[in-house]
Ligand binder design. Structure first.
Ligand code: HEM
Length: 189
């Protein structure tokens, strides 16, 4: 998995829960050695197993569930990290619906040109079908089985566009999403 996911997770923990907690989580995950840590800042790939181990330790040390971790990560990724690191994908976005529909091509694009020190990335795929006005059924496909993160990220899209979002998990590969009307005042845009 691309190291950006790891870098975002550690930044999120530092910002929301503090440096000390981040230190404990990295220690527990065998990542505290600065040499190991710096590899990822230099663009090396991050193994999926390491990521799941990190999330397990994070949940235990912060005393939160995997779903809560995924929601906090999702909002931070969409509203802070990706909007800062990948502004090109935010240009010309019209709405939460627009971003949800473009996600499949965004993930294809962002993982298309792997630097030589990174194994070929395996981006998640998203098949979005309309099931009514502002309603969608999404088929999420990834060998990593991270649908809880997908759900947290969808909620983050709602926060970014200030649009109420309801997400219902149907299985480990399918969700129903209903979008409300954007509220006038708040939101991050
Ligand atoms: C718009 C900015 C976004 C960018 C640039 C972006 C980019 C990325 C990248 C680089 C990865 C790692 C992929 C790999 O290493 O194979 C990833 C993973 C992932 N992304 Fe995004 N992403 C964005 C937004 C979103 C949103 C809004 C969602 C869901 C609503 C989402 C869902 C996921 C999921 C679930 C994964 C975990 C990997 C997996 O399931 O296999 N992403 N994303």
């Amino acid at each position: 998995m691309r190291a950006q996911i790891f870098l975002c997770l550690t930044e999120m923990v530092r910002e929301k829960f503090g440096k000390e907690k981040l230190g404990l989580i990295l220690d527990a995950s065998g990542l505290s050695d600065s040499k190991v840590y710096m590899r990822y800042f230099n663009g090396f790939d991050f193994s999926d197993e390491k990521f799941f181990d990190l999330v397990r330790n994070l949940c235990r040390i912060l005393n939160i569930t995997k779903e809560q971790a995924a929601d906090t990560f999702g909002e931070y990724w969409v509203c802070v990290y990706a909007s800062r690191e990948y502004p090109q994908y935010y240009q010309n976005l019209k709405s939460a619906e627009d971003l949800l529909i473009k996600l499949d091509s965004i993930h294809q694009d962002v993982t298309a040109n792997s630097p030589s020190n990174i194994e070929a990335a395996l981006p998640p795929r998203f098949d979005v079908k309309s099931t009514g006005k502002n309603a969608f059924r999404v088929h999420y496909k990834s060998k990593r089985g991270m649908i809880d993160f997908y759900i947290g990220l969808v909620k983050g899209v709602g926060v970014y566009f200030n649009t109420p979002v309801e997400v219902r998990k149907l299985s480990e590969e399918e969700v129903d999403i209903r979008l409300g009307t954007p509220d006038a005042e708040q939101g991050r845009r």
